[in-house]
Design a protein around this ligand. Structure first.
Ligand code: GBH
Length: 466
């Protein structure tokens, strides 16, 4: 049996975000972010103490053979009130991190916004205010001024769907608002921030630039079992509506400079369209170099007359979000590697010119922590099966340039705090000691051979566990 190889130059790495690993939320002049204030948040200290341990973490990545590291810059660390005055020590931190990465032969990929809005901007309306998009562009320019000579890959925003609809629709994320109109308005202002930020990066001569989207194939339960099965007309309409809210709301403006007509009608009904101005979509739709695809799980829905809307998907009345009979992660997310192939097939068909990278994929599991090691065969198996699905896509011609695991370290999972474990590396919450999990050692081999090992990692069955 031959080793499943990846294309030459395929980029292997990991992703993290500032709030989830840095800690030091009040040090060296950092201002408060919405996550430090949000009642369901306040988990940012000590996180992984990465603000102090960054050199150790870079060494770890070097030992594992990583080619790329995607981190995020904390806006309130760099601009404590979100506008105006820059915080020197905050910028110095990222400056050092970038130098360490380069010295270790790791390409730095910088995300400018991974959900930690300066609280001072939230006090002025946050993402419901159009001004925030302009402030973001100023901030992007300031970060590029300092790091642009060494950072070659830039992402404006991470997962605007999550930040807009969990932050302003369901309210389970900071800033904890619950209004459909505000959620749609915030989503548009985030897209505008992407457009203005991209323009700022371009005019400063930035290298590659793009955006990170959490994308999910939307399927009926029947299609999950058999992609050839034909859904009823009602179910197909439910799928289309959720796909518009989850995926097309962001893909179409960014890659085609337009909102899809069905979604526009829905936004108009729910929020009005006063916040969408002439020229916005031209700006939002300027070409990007790279689309970051964050994939975790598909979204399974069917028509259910009378069902109330999920506040994270305003306009989703009469749709049932189904639980499906597949294996799930500890967070309950269905494990469906073939969903990645479906997603990439669709993106390649609809946006054939777009270069992509899998910028997040990974899972939360309960690891077996022992003196001789951290055994996480389920995580290894999860990543392995997704890499097999990705290889199918590459054979089909999908333009995917790399794969980044979420995440390097066990870290802060937003409102869920420290109980979620997504890391390749275990972090002792008392001592901050880092220990490689079995999955990290396995991933190191994958990177070294630029391909999957022969044979498959066996997920534990009930018998092997007992
Ligand atoms: C990412 O978001 C974030 O970028 C990152 O910060 C975070 O730590 C990481 O993922 C892990 O959560 O309940 O089955 O309907 C992930 C976005 C949105 C993906 C919710 C899964 C729900 C699946 N997620 N979605 S389900």
């Amino acid at each position: 049996m031959s080793t499943a190889r990846f294309p030459e130059g395929f980029v292997w790495g990991v992703s993290t975000s500032a709030y989830q690993i840095e800690g030091a939320t009040t040090e060296d002049g950092r201002g408060p972010s919405i996550w430090d204030v949000f009642p369901g948040g306040r988990n940012g200290d000590p996180a992984c103490d990465h603000y102090r341990r960054h050199a150790d973490d870079v060494r770890l990545m070097k030992d594992l053979g990583m080619a790329a590291y995607r981190f995020s810059v904390s806006w309130p660390r760099v601009m404590p009130t979100g506008r105006g005055r820059l915080n020197g020590p905050g910028l110095d931190f990222y400056d050092r991190l970038v130098d360490e990465l380069l010295a270790a032969g790791i390409a730095p990929y910088a995300t400018l916004y991974h959900w930690d809005l300066p609280q001072a901007l939230e006090d002025e309306g946050g993402w419901t205010s159009r001004d925030t998009a302009h402030r973001f562009a100023d901030y992007a320019r300031a970060v590029h001024d300092r790091l642009g000579d060494r950072v070659g890959t830039w992402f404006t925003l991470n997962e605007p769907w999550v930040a807009a609809f969990l932050g302003h629709g369901s309210g389970v994320h900071a800033p904890g608002r619950s209004s459909a109109a505000e959620a749609f308005t915030a989503a548009h202002h985030m897209l505008l921030a992407h457009g203005l930020g991209l323009e700022a990066l371009r005019s400063a001569g930035a290298g590659r630039a793009g955006i990170l989207l959490n994308l999910s194939p939307v399927l009926t339960p029947g299609q999950l079992g058999d992609m050839e099965s034909r859904p009823s007309e009602e179910d197909a309409a439910a799928v289309a509506r959720i796909d518009a809210l989850h995926n097309r709301q962001f893909l179409e403006p960014v890659l085609r400079g337009r909102y899809p007509a069905d979604l526009l009608a829905l936004i108009e009904r729910t929020a009005g369209l006063g916040h969408v101005r002439d020229g916005d979509l031209d700006l939002i739709g300027r070409p990007i170099d790279l689309l970051g695809v964050n994939y975790y799980t598909p979204t399974v829905v069917q028509a259910r007359p009378g069902a109330v809307a999920d506040p994270a998907f305003p306009g989703s009345e009469d749709v049932l979000f189904c639980s499906v009979p597949t294996a799930v992660t500890a967070m309950g997310w269905p494990i469906v590697p073939s969903g990645l192939t479906l997603l990439l097939r669709r993106l390649s068909r609809e946006y054939p010119e777009t270069e992509m990278m899998i910028t997040e994929n990974g899972a939360d599991f309960v690891d077996v922590v022992t003196a001789d090691g951290i055994h996480d065969v389920e995580r290894t198996s999860f990543i392995e099966e997704h890499l097999r699905a990705l290889r199918v896509s590459l054979e089909e011609g999908a333009k995917v340039r790399g794969y980044l695991v979420w995440s390097l370290l066990d870290c802060v999972e937003w409102a869920d705090g420290y109980r979620r474990k997504f890391g390749l590396v275990h972090v002792d919450l008392e001592t901050q000691r880092r220990r490689l999990k079995d999955s990290a050692l396995w991933y190191r081999d994958v990177i070294a051979r630029n391909g999957l090992p022969d044979g498959r990692t066996r997920r534990p069955t009930l018998e092997t566990v007992a």
